[in-house]
Design a protein. Structure first.
Lengths: 887, 509
C-alpha cells in the first residue's frame, strides 16, 4: 500500500447460492473424508486438498500457486447423496409449502388477489427497502394464502403440513422428504416468489434445500499441530468429515437397495450433521460434541455474539504499532505529552518514505543502526526495518546498518523508531467518550511505564493503582495531521458533553492554588523564587517589603501564569453558598474571584477556578486565547501547584480530626437521644398509635420517621464536629476547596458514621426477624437496624463494623450492576446514532438522507464550543469589553 | 357556536356525501345559526361532520334527501360531508355541563382548544430588541431573539461604540461556535449520554419532592426512556389546575377525589355467603373517609352494575348483593367484579396527592398511575401544564411532537436530578431521532438499530444470522454508507474528515 490510491467498495449484494454456482466456484469435489496421509501430506480430493488453499509453509496452492500468506483460499464442494433442508430457512420453507399448491405450485390466491397484491409489492424494491415492511406485507399475504384448502388455480385439495421441529415436515403424520420438498419448491413460478419476500433474481426457493454443500477454504478452518506433533483439526473440518462419511454411506445404501428404514435413518443422520454444521445451537437438536465433550463451534457460532466474527474481528480489529503498559504520573510533562519507555520506543516505528529532500537525513539515521545512543548514552531513534519498493523487508542490525544506509534510495520506506515529538494516540479503556483516546507528543523516558500529566487523568478516568493504557503509533501523514489538529489533548480540553473544560487541576493542584491565594498570603523571596523556578518565566511579581525583607503576594504569583488581558469575575467554590459575605473570607469582596487584565485581585482560587469539569479560568482562557494558551496555563498551573505544595508540605493525619471532649460528649448525647427517640417511635408503633402518613402504611411511616431521625442526628454531629475544624485543618482545606472529599466525609471521621442503609431503607435482612443474633427478634430499634453511632476515628464496634460492611457491600454490587447496564445502554445508543452527521447547511442527516433536525440543536452551535450549553454568554462578553476599555 | 348532533344510518350518510351539496330533511327542530352537525351511528363516537349552510322548514315534496319516512321537520342545507377523527360523546357540552343522556338528537356545543392569536411575537418585543435585531440583520449576524433580549440590557450601560463592538463580538462568537459540517453529532450525543450513565445511581426508587410517592429515577429511568417502554415502571402524572382554582384547597381536594380511582375492595370487605348465595359488602369507614367516599357513592356505583340485586338495609351500613342468576359460578364472577368495581375516579390513577409548590405557593397534584386523556378532560385541570411521565401515552393523546418534547424533558430531568451536566442538544437529538419517523421508536434492535439500511450494520449489532439469511433471500444491497459497515469492510468512514474527498493533482508541465 505505497501507491496511495485505494479502491473503494461501493456496495455489497447479498444473494442465495445456487447449486450451479456452488459447483462453479468449487475448485475441487471433495469425496474422501480423510485429511492427511501418513506422511502428513494432504490427501487428494480430501478435506485438506491443496486446491482449497495452503496453511503449511513450503507448500503451494494447487489452484492459484500462491504460498501461505498469498493464497486467499478457494472453495470446494461436497455432492450430498440426498438433499437436505437448510436450517436457517426452515421458516421460509414452511410458509412456502403452506401457501402454495402442492400440485401446481402456484400461490393459493385468486388471480384478482394476485394482481392487487403484486401491485402493492411492486412499489418496493427488495434490495433496498426496509426488510421489516416487506416481512409484514408478505406475512399478511401468506397468512391468507395458507388458510385456503383448495387451490384456486388447479382445484387440488390441500393437505396441512406440520413442521416437526427442527427440520422434519409431516403431512397427516407422514414424513415429507427433503427431496419431495425440493420438487414442490421447484414448481413455484418466479412471479409468485415476491409474495414470500423472495427476490427471484437472486434466490430460488429450491436452493433452500441443499443438494451440494460448499466446503470452505482451508484458511477458514486451519488445522493446528500440537507440540506432540499430533494434528488437531478445526471444528468445521470435523463436521465436514461427518457429513462426507454419512453421505457416502447413504449413497451406498441407496445404490445397493438397502431397506427403506435404513436409508431413512441415514438420511436423518445426514440432515442432523448438515444442520449442526450450520448451527450447533439449533433448538430441539442435541449439539454435536467434540470427543472431549465440548460442543463444536460451527458456522453460526463463529459469527454470532460478542466473541463472534462480526463484533470481535470485523467491527474491532487487532492492530500493529501499538503498546500497552502500566501508567504512572509525571508532573513535569506537559498535558500534551506522554512519556514512553525506551524499551517500547525501540519497538514502535514510524514509516518514513525516502525522497530527495530527506534522503541525507534518513541515511544518517539508518546508519545509526537499531540501537543508537548519543555521546551521553541518551536515547536516539534508530531503524528496525527497511522496506524496498518491491516489498522486501530488510532487518537492520548493528552490522549491516552502514552498508544499508548507502543502499537506501528515494521510494524506499524506512521504519524509524519512535522519537521525541512524534504524535501518538493514547487510550484507556473503557473508551466511553472521545476524550478516552487523545493525541500526545512523545517524550522518551527511562523506566517501564507510560507517564503523563495528572491533569489528563480526568478525561481518561485514570488513576495509578495499576491501570494500564494503550499507545498507538499513527502510520500515515493524513492520520498524523488529524491527530495533531483534532485529537491532541489541548484540542480536547472542552468536553462536548457540557461545553466546559474536562481537563484541569486535581487534588494537590487545587489545594496548592487554594493555599497560594486564600487570604493573599505573603511569601518570602527564597520560597517565591523556588516556586517560580519550576516555570519558564522571565518576570517576577511585584515586591512587597516588610521589615526590610522582600515578600511576594500569593495572588500576584498566581497572576504571573494568567494571560495578559484576561478579565473574569466568578464566585469561588469556597464561597459558592454564601450570599452577601462569605464566612471563610475576611473581606466581602473576596467572595468572588476578580481577574482584571490578567491580574488576580480578589478571591480564592479553588476547584471552581482551575478544577476539571468546572475550571472557570481554563474555560475563559480557552475561549479567548485558544487551545495553545489554555494548555500552557494548565501546564504552568500544575507545575506551580506542585512546586508550591512540595515546598510547603501538606498532609493530614488522625489528629487533624481531634475535637474537644465536650464536643465528643455532646455528640454522644445527641446520638443517645436519637436512639431514645427511635425507641419511643417504636413504642408508639407497637401501641398502634402511630399515625400513618397519607398513602403509606404504618410500617413505612415508622421507617421514614426513624430514617429522618437518624439522618438528622448525623448532620447535627457533623455540624458539632466541623465547628472545631476550621480552615487551618488540612482535611477541611481539601473539602472546602474541592480538592478531594466532602465535608460529610470529615464529619464521618470526627463526628459519627450514622445510619447504614440497603436499598434506601434501614438494614433488615439476615436472620429471622433480626439482622444479627446479637439482637432480640423483632427488635427494630436504632442499633439493631444498622445505626452506627461511633466515628471512624473512634472506631466501630464489631456490630457496627458488620452493619457498615453490609452498606459497603451494596455499593460494590451497585457498581457491578451499573457498569454492565449502562455499558449496554451506551452500546445501543452508539449503534443507533453512529451514522448521524451534520451536513453543510447544519441539518442532521442519517445514511439514507432522512433529515432528523433542520438546524442542529436548534441553534446550530457545537456543544463543545457552547458556553456551558448557552449559545453565547453575552454577559461575559460585555464584562470583558467593559474591563478592556477601563485599562 | 352551537352544533347539532344526531344519530343516523350509514346508508343515509353515504347517500348524502354522494349528493352533497344537497338539502337534508331531518326529524328535529333546529334553531337557526347552526353550521355543523355531527353524526353518530352507535351513540358513542361521531365519525362524520356535516357542514351546514342554511336551515329551512320542511315542506312536503321538496327535493331534499329524507332521513326517514315520517316526522320530518327541518331541512338542512348540507354543504359537505367530512369524515373526521371520531369525536367521543363525552366531548360535547350542553350549556356548561357535560352531555348526560344522549337520545337521538341534541343541540350542543363542542368546546375546542382555543387558539388565541397572540400579537405576533416580533411585535411584542420591546423597541430596543427590535432595533438590535434590525441592526444585526444589516450586519448579517444571525441573532436569535433571546440573544437580542440579552443584548438589550447593555444598550444603556454601554456607549454606542462599545455596544457596536459588543454586537460585533457576539456575531463573531456565533460564527466561531457553529458546528462543523460532517461532525459525527450522533456519536457525540450517544457518548455524552452514555458516559455519565456509569456515574448514575442504580437505586430505583427515590422521592421526588413528595415523600409519599415513589418514582423511578437514575439509570433505570434513563434506560426506560431510551427503550420507549410501553408503560413506565412507575407511571405518574403532575396535574396542574387552572389558575383560578389552584389556590383553593376545596377545589383541589375535590379534584383529588375525582382523580383517585377507588374500587369497592379499597374501602370495604366483601364477605361471601355460599349458603345464602349472598355477598355482603362491609364498608370500612376509616378507609372510606380517607378516600373521601361515602355510602351513597358506593350505592350509586353498585346501582350501575348489571345482573345483581342490591339489598341495602337502612339500619346497617352493610350492603347485601345477590346475583340475579343463582349459581356458584355466577356468585364467584360477581364477587370478582365487585372487587374491581370503580366507585369513583379516573381508571389507572391509584393515588393522587396534593402539595403546595413552594415556588409558586399554589397547589399541584401528583398521581400514582397515569391516564392523561381522562385527566385532561376534568374541567378544573389546566391541560396546558399537566403532564405524565408515560411517553407513549403522550404520543397517543397529544401527538408525536409532544412525545418528542416529553422524551427531551424527561431525559433532561433524569440527568439533572443526578447532578449530571449534559448539553440539551444531545438530548434533543435523541428525542428527534426517536420520533422523526412519526412513531416513538426505541433505541435498540426493536427500533432504530433494527431499521438501519445496512445489512452488515444490523448483523454486527444483534441477531447476526437472522439478518444475513434474510438479506440473501431479498437480495438486499448494502450501500456501505454508514459507519459500522465501512469499518467491517475496512474503509474510511463517511463522517468527519472521511466525508470529504480531496484529490491532490501534482503540477504537470
Amino acid at each position: 500500500m505505497t501507491g496511495g490510491i485505494s479502491k473503494r467498495i461501493y456496495r455489497i449484494q447479498f444473494a442465495l447460492l445456487s447449486p450451479e454456482e456452488i459447483r462453479k466456484m468449487s475448485q475441487v469435489k471433495v469425496i474422501t473424508a480423510d485429511t492427511y496421509d501418513d506422511d502428513g501430506y494432504p490427501i487428494e480430493r480430501g478435506l485438506m486438498d491443496l486446491h482449497m488453499g495452503v496453511i503449511e509453509p513450503g507448500l503451494k496452492c494447487a489452484t492459484c500457486g500462491g504460498k501461505v500468506d498469498e493464497c486467499p483460499g478457494h472453495f470446494g464442494n461436497i455432492e450430498l447423496a440426498m438433499p437436505v433442508v437448510h436450517v436457517g430457512f426452515i421458516k421460509e420453507i414452511k410458509t412456502l409449502l403452506d401457501s402454495t399448491c402442492k400440485s401446481c405450485g402456484r400461490i393459493k390466491l385468486t388471480e384478482d388477489e394476485v394482481k392487487s397484491y403484486s401491485e402493492k409489492f411492486s412499489q418496493y424494491s427488495f434490495s433496498s427497502s426496509d426488510p421489516e415492511i416487506i416481512g409484514l406485507m408478505s406475512k399478511k399475504v401468506t397468512d391468507e394464502a395458507s388458510t385456503r384448502m383448495v387451490c384456486p388455480h388447479c382445484g387440488a385439495q390441500q393437505i396441512k403440513i406440520i413442521l416437526d421441529k427442527p427440520t422434519t415436515f409431516r403431512e397427516e403424520g407422514i414424513k415429507v422428504t427433503p427431496k419431495e420438498i425440493r420438487e414442490r419448491l421447484e414448481r413455484i413460478p418466479d412471479d409468485d416468489l415476491q409474495f414470500f419476500g423472495l427476490n427471484h433474481e437472486v434466490a430460488r426457493p429450491e436452493w433452500m434445500v441443499l443438494t451440494v454443500l460448499p466446503v470452505p477454504p482451508i484458511n477458514v478452518r486451519p488445522s493446528i499441530t500440537l507440540e506432540t506433533g499430533e494434528r488437531s483439526e478445526d471444528d468445521l473440518t470435523h463436521k465436514l468429515v461427518d457429513i462426507i462419511r454419512i453421505s457416502q454411506r447413504l449413497r451406498e445404501s441407496r445404490d445397493n437397495g438397502s431397506p427403506q428404514l435404513i436409508i431413512e435413518d441415514l438420511w436423518d443422520l445426514l440432515q442432523f450433521h448438515v444442520t449442526t454444521y450450520f448451527d450447533n445451537q439449533t433448538a430441539g437438536i442435541p449439539p454435536a460434541r467434540h470427543r472431549s465433550g465440548r460442543a463444536l463451534k460451527t458456522l453460526v457460532q463463529r459469527l454470532k455474539g460478542k466473541e463472534g466474527r462480526f463484533r470481535s474481528n470485523l467491527s474491532g480489529k487487532r492492530v500493529n504499532f501499538s503498546a500497552r503498559t502500566v501508567i504512572s504520573p509525571e508532573p513535569f510533562l506537559s498535558i500534551n505529552e506522554v512519556g514512553v519507555p525506551e524499551k517500547a520506543a525501540r519497538e514502535l516505528t514510524v514509516p518514513v518514505t525516502v525522497n530527495i529532500f530527506n534522503i541525507d537525513h534518513v541515511r544518517e539515521v539508518v546508519a545509526r543502526g537499531p540501537e543508537p545512543r548519543d555521546e551521553f548514552g541518551k536515547y536516539l531513534a534508530g531503524v528496525n526495518y527497511i522496506i524496498r519498493p518491491d516489498g522486501r523487508r530488510i532487518k537492520l542490525t548493528a552490522q549491516n546498518a552502514e552498508e544499508n544506509a548507502k543502499r537506501v534510495e528515494p521510494g524506499w520506506i524506512v521504519e524509524r523508531q519512535l522519537t521525541e515529538g512524534d504524535i501518538v494516540l493514547f487510550n484507556r479503556q473503557p473508551s466511553l467518550h472521545r476524550m478516552s483516546m487523545m493525541g500526545h507528543t512523545v517524550r522518551i523516558l527511562s523506566g517501564q511505564t507510560f507517564r503523563f500529566n495528572l491533569a489528563v487523568c480526568t478525561p481518561y478516568n485514570a488513576d495509578f493503582d495499576g491501570d494500564e493504557m494503550n499507545l498507538h503509533i499513527v502510520q500515515k501523514e493524513e492520520a498524523r495531521a488529524e491527530a495533531r489538529i483534532i485529537m491532541k489533548v489541548q484540542e480536547q480540553i472542552m468536553s462536548p458533553r457540557f461545553g466546559g473544560p474536562i481537563i484541569g487541576g486535581i487534588h494537590d493542584h487545587i489545594t496548592a492554588m487554594f493555599l497560594l491565594t486564600h487570604g493573599n498570603p505573603l511569601f518570602p523571596e527564597a520560597q517565591t523564587v523556588h516556586m517560580l523556578s519550576y516555570l519558564k518565566l522571565n518576570r517576577m511579581p511585584p515586591v512587597e517589603v516588610v521589615g526590610g525583607k522582600k515578600f511576594y503576594r500569593g495572588r500576584d504569583i498566581f497572576s504571573l501564569i494568567l494571560p495578559e488581558g484576561l478579565n473574569l469575575k466568578f464566585p469561588s467554590k469556597l464561597c459558592s453558598s454564601a450570599k452577601e459575605k462569605c464566612d471563610f473570607e475576611i473581606e466581602p469582596i473576596d467572595k468572588d474571584v476578580y481577574i482584571i487584565n490578567g491580574k488576580m485581585t480578589h478571591g480564592t482560587i479553588d476547584e471552581a477556578a482551575v478544577g476539571s469539569f468546572s475550571g472557570e479560568i481554563i474555560d475563559k482562557i480557552f475561549r479567548k486565547y485558544g487551545s495553545e494558551e489554555a494548555a500552557q496555563f494548565i501546564d504552568r498551573m500544575t507545575r506551580l501547584g506542585v512546586a508550591f505544595i512540595s515546598g510547603r508540605g501538606f498532609s493530614t493525619g488522625i489528629n487533624d480530626y481531634d475535637i474537644p471532649e465536650s464536643a465528643i460528649a455532646r455528640i454522644e448525647e445527641i446520638s443517645q437521644q436519637a436512639i431514645d427517640r427511635t425507641d419511643k417511635l417504636v413504642e408508639t408503633y407497637r401501641a398502634g398509635q402511630l399515625q400513618p402518613a397519607p398513602g403509606r402504611s404504618v410500617e413505612d411511616t415508622l421507617e421514614i420517621e426513624i430514617l429522618s431521625t437518624t439522618g438528622s442526628v448525623r448532620d447535627e454531629s457533623g455540624k458539632i464536629a466541623s465547628a472545631f475544624l476550621g480552615l487551618s485543618n488540612p482535611s477541611v482545606i481539601m473539602a472546602r476547596s474541592g480538592a478531594r472529599a466532602k465535608m460529610l466525609n470529615i464529619s464521618e471521621v470526627a463526628g459519627m458514621v450514622g445510619q447504614q442503609s440497603v436499598r434506601g431503607g434501614r438494614l433488615n435482612r439476615g436472620y429471622y426477624g433480626r439482622t444479627l443474633p446479637h439482637f432480640k427478634t423483632e427488635d427494630i430499634g436504632a442499633m439493631a437496624r444498622g445505626f452506627v453511632k461511633s466515628s471512624y476515628k473512634e472506631g466501630l464496634n464489631p456490630l457496627e463494623y458488620f452493619m457498615h460492611s453490609i452498606g459497603g457491600r451494596e455499593g460494590l454490587v451497585d457498581i457491578a450492576v451499573r457498569t454492565s447496564r449502562s455499558g449496554y445502554m451506551q452500546r445501543r445508543l452508539i449503534n443507533a446514532f453512529e451514522d448521524l452527521k451534520v451536513d453543510d447547511s447544519l441539518r442532521v442527516q442519517d445514511t439514507v438522507g432522512a433529515v432528523i433536525q433542520f438546524k442542529y440543536g436548534e441553534d446550530g452551535v457545537d456543544p463543545t464550543r457552547s458556553d456551558k450549553g448557552e449559545t453565547v454568554d453575552v454577559d461575559y462578553l460585555a464584562f470583558d469589553l467593559e474591563n478592556e476599555e477601563v485599562q | 357556536m352551537p352544533s347539532i348532533i344526531f344519530k343516523d344510518t350509514k346508508k343515509n350518510i353515504e347517500l348524502l356525501s354522494k349528493k352533497a351539496p344537497v338539502g337534508y330533511a331531518i326529524d328535529a327542530d333546529v334553531k337557526p345559526g347552526v353550521t355543523e352537525a355531527y353524526v353518530t351511528f352507535d351513540k358513542k363516537v361521531f365519525p362524520y361532520r356535516l357542514r351546514i349552510s342554511g336551515i329551512d322548514e320542511y315542506k312536503e315534496g321538496s327535493s331534499a334527501v329524507e332521513k326517514k319516512k315520517a316526522g320530518l321537520m327541518t331541512i338542512l342545507a348540507v354543504q359537505s360531508v367530512e369524515s373526521i377523527d371520531p369525536v367521543p360523546v363525552s366531548q360535547f357540552r350542553k350549556g356548561k355541563k357535560k352531555l348526560g343522556e344522549f337520545k337521538d338528537f341534541e343541540e350542543v356545543e363542542l368546546p375546542r382548544i382555543q387558539v388565541v392569536e397572540k400579537a405576533a411575537y416580533l411585535d411584542a418585543l420591546s423597541h430596543d430588541v427590535k432595533e438590535i435585531l434590525a441592526i444585526a440583520g444589516k450586519k448579517k449576524i444571525e441573532l436569535s431573539i433571546s440573544l437580542a433580549e440579552q443584548l438589550a440590557k447593555y444598550k444603556k450601560s454601554l456607549s454606542q461604540k462599545q455596544f457596536d463592538e459588543l454586537m460585533g463580538r457576539v456575531g463573531r462568537d456565533l460564527e466561531s461556535k457553529r458546528i462543523d459540517p460532517f461532525e459525527a453529532v450522533g456519536i457525540i450525543a450517544a457518548q455524552s449520554i452514555g458516559e455519565p450513565g456509569t456515574q448514575m445511581t442504580m437505586r430505583t426508587f427515590h422521592f421526588a419532592g413528595v415523600r409519599e410517592m415513589n418514582v423511578t429515577l437514575g439509570l433505570p429511568r434513563l434506560i426506560e426512556i431510551v427503550d420507549a417502554r410501553r408503560i413506565p415502571s412507575t407511571p405518574s402524572m403532575t396535574v396542574y389546575l387552572k389558575h383560578e382554582f389552584e389556590n383553593s384547597e376545596d377545589v383541589v381536594m375535590n379534584v383529588v377525589k375525582e382523580l383517585e380511582n377507588t374500587t369497592v375492595i379499597d374501602v370495604a370487605d366483601i364477605v361471601t355467603d355460599i349458603t345464602q348465595m349472598l355477598l355482603t359488602i362491609k364498608p370500612d369507614h376509616a378507609k372510606m373517609s380517607e378516600r373521601l367516599v361515602n355510602q351513597s357513592d358506593l350505592l350509586d356505583a353498585l346501582a350501575k352494575m348489571k345482573g345483581i340485586t342490591v339489598i341495602s338495609d337502612p339500619d346497617s351500613k352493610d350492603i347485601a348483593v345477590k346475583p340475579q342468576q343463582e349459581s356458584f359460578k355466577r356468585l364467584y364472577q360477581v364477587q370478582e367484579q365487585l372487587k374491581i368495581l370503580t366507585i369513583k375516579g379516573v381508571p389507572g390513577i391509584k393515588r393522587a396527592i396534593a402539595r403546595i409548590d413552594p415556588a409558586t405557593q399554589s397547589w399541584i397534584l401528583y398521581t400514582q398511575g397515569s391516564n392523561l386523556k381522562e385527566v385532561l378532560e376534568i374541567d378544573e385541570v389546566d391541560a396546558n401544564r399537566t403532564f405524565t411521565n408515560d411517553i407513549i401515552e403522550i404520543a397517543q393523546v397529544l401527538g408525536i411532537e409532544a412525545a418528542r418534547n416529553a422524551i427531551y424533558e424527561e431525559s433532561l430531568r433524569t440527568l439533572s436530578e443526578q447532578g449530571l451536566e449534559v448539553d440539551q442538544r444531545h438530548l434533543m437529538l435523541v428525542a428527534d431521532m426517536m420520533t422523526f419517523g412519526g412513531t416513538v421508536r426505541a433505541v435498540g434492535r426493536q427500533g432504530i438499530s433494527g431499521r438501519k439500511s445496512s445489512v452488515l450494520a444490523r448483523a454486527a449489532f444483534e441477531i447476526t444470522t437472522k439478518h444475513l439469511l434474510r438479506a440473501g433471500l431479498l437480495g438486499e444491497v448494502d450501500p456501505l454508507t454508514g459507519v459500522a459497515e465501512n469499518i467491517i469492510v475496512g474503509q474510511p468512514i463517511t463522517l468527519g474528515t472521511g466525508a470529504v474527498n480531496l484529490v491532490y493533482r501534482a503540477f504537470t508541465k
